[in-house]
Design a protein around this ligand. Structure first.
Ligand code: HEM
Length: 489
């Protein structure tokens, strides 16, 4: 039996340790401003992440606290594009923080792993990449024609939730590319595996826990897993199972050899476990992101009739002059300057990935003129950076694709604008999005194929959609009416 004096001594030792560790943690970054609760506990950040409006909240706080401020005891955030250029630099000493563990980014093996994945993601080793995207875009067009065409003259009203259908399309593309089996969400006009709702549904919990890294161990505990609400994990489990089965066929005695993404990964030496994990990961990484780019670009176009018309004119003229096939090719789309500007601007104003993307460093660094001790998470303030007035001009918060088209004498300024906008995919090299080529291929095709045939209008201009950010920017309920254009091509 432990005596009372011993108990009290142990307790006072523990309390002394707690006070000492908390105080020294607080003092490490005491020279950096920030909200008081954030300086004391990570729970402040976790709470704001759970509300679904963290990125907007942090962006508004940057106006009060300046270009770098504290958002948790060991975390800071910067709204200075130059600081992010430094911290995300391909050859710099910074690496991804523990936050990424929740999303299974393989830290130590990262560079080697990425080299094995690149040929597959870039499309070089994939025979039918363009055809897959063409077919899924065609499915979307067909769905609109069959179910969602309104007719103002005849009073036919068939509103469509573009937020949902955009994700049906990206989900169909990525499932076919990743696991060789299209989920056929567009054909059946439903979230066929229920995985979309469930993955999106479990995201708030995952991103909130990502801020408190030790919870990852907790989540892997079978007892804790058993206590979690089953419906939140069912979709993820089903996806995992599909990915596992798909990958298993590529290994063993009777292995299937194919020129598709998984085939490329295996050819370049990816082992069995990493193969199925990567396959599974693609569905998460490649569906919500591209869907957001489609939804929000369409939303900005619909809210800006002059720009909408200008894009449609560019497409119409290119069709008349024979510069656009049916369906449009990736190369043809790249030669439509206004389309490219529209896409840049849509993703700039609403970056599909708004997460903190923290980097840490093992040595002391100076960021924004401030001393950053080793082990500090340095995050990006996505919204402020992509709307930085010094970079993009006084109207940085406005959807104005023309900013990308004006002749600029200052070449450096133009390059800087492109660099900062490019951050929506991370920085080239070590930390860039692997799926960028696939995402751009989808975007290059989908807007032209929709706008050459249809006209879109918002159903609820006052509350056009619901948008949340759980690291990924997510939208629901973007209701639109779609009418057929007179001159069909
Ligand atoms: C418009 C659409 C997309 C955007 C804006 C986007 C953006 C990003 C960003 C910001 C990152 C993190 C970079 C970092 O940590 O600094 C990332 C990583 C990643 N993305 Fe995307 N993404 C998009 C579409 C896709 C698609 C379609 C796929 C799959 C085909 C994909 C696969 C990945 C993968 C695998 C990673 C992890 C890369 C690594 O391990 O370094 N993404 N993406």
């Amino acid at each position: 039996m432990i005596s009372l004096p011993l108990c009290l001594s142990l307790l006072s030792l523990f309390l002394t340790y707690l006070i000492f560790s908390r105080t020294s943690r607080y003092l490490r970054l005491a020279h950096i401003p920030g909200p008081l609760p954030a300086k004391i506990t990570t729970l402040w950040l976790a709470y704001h992440q759970s509300t679904g409006s963290l990125a907007r909240h942090l962006s508004s706080l940057s106006k009060r606290y300046g270009p770098i401020y504290r958002i948790a005891p060991d975390w800071v955030i910067t709204s200075d594009p130059a600081a992010i250029r430094q911290v995300w630099s391909a050859r710099g000493p910074w690496y991804r923080g523990e936050w990424y563990d929740m999303f299974r980014f393989d830290q130590p093996k990262h560079a080697a792993l990425k080299a094995k994945l690149l040929p597959g993601y870039s499309g070089k080793d994939v025979d039918d990449l363009h055809e897959v995207v063409d077919c899924r875009v065609a499915d979307l067009v067909r769905l609109v024609e069959q179910k969602y065409l309104s007719d103002n003259q005849k009073g036919v009203y068939r509103p469509m939730d573009l937020a949902e259908k955009a994700q049906f399309m990206t989900q169909d593309v990525i499932s076919e590319l990743a696991i060789g089996r299209c989920f056929e969400c567009l054909i059946h006009d439903k979230d066929t595996y229920g995985q979309m709702t469930e993955v999106t549904g479990s995201l708030p919990l995952i991103v909130t826990l990502a801020i408190i890294p030790w919870t990852l161990g907790l989540l892997q505990n079978p007892i804790v897993r058993a206590l979690l609400p089953k419906e939140k994990l069912e979709g993820v489990m089903r996806q995992q199972e599909l990915a596992r089965r798909h990958a298993a066929r590529r290994f063993g005695v009777e292995k299937v050899v194919k020129r598709d993404m998984l085939g490329s990964f295996v050819k370049h030496g990816l082992g069995h476990t990493n193969a199925w994990l990567e396959t599974f990961g693609q569905i998460g990484a490649g569906s919500d992101t591209t869907a957001t780019a489609i939804r929000m670009t369409m939303f900005y176009l619909m809210s800006s009739p002059a720009r909408y018309k200008k894009l449609q004119e560019e497409i119409d003229i290119a069709i008349q002059e024979g510069r656009v096939s049916s369906p449009i090719t990736d190369e043809e789309a790249r030669r439509l300057p206004y389309l490219q500007a529209v896409m840049r601007e849509g993703m700039r104003l609403c970056p599909p990935v708004m997460g903190l993307l923290p980097r840490i460093c093992d040595t002391e660094q100076i960021v924004c003129g401030v001393r950053i001790p080793p082990g500090t998470n340095v995050c990006w303030d996505a919204i402020s950076i992509l709307r930085d007035k010094e970079t993009f001009g006084a109207d940085a918060a406005v959807f104005r694709p023309e900013r990308w088209l004006v002749e600029m004498k200052d070449v450096e300024k133009k390059k800087n604008m492109e660099f900062v906008q490019g951050l929506v995919f991370g920085t080239s090299g070590r930390f860039e999005c692997l799926g960028k080529a696939i995402a751009m291929l989808e975007l290059n095709k989908v807007f032209v194929e929709l706008l050459r045939r249809f006209d879109f209008a918002l159903v609820n201009p006052l509350t056009p959609l619901i948008s949340r950010d759980y690291s990924l920017s997510l939208q629901v309920e973007l209701w639109v009416t779609i009418t057929e254009r007179f001159a069909r091509s």
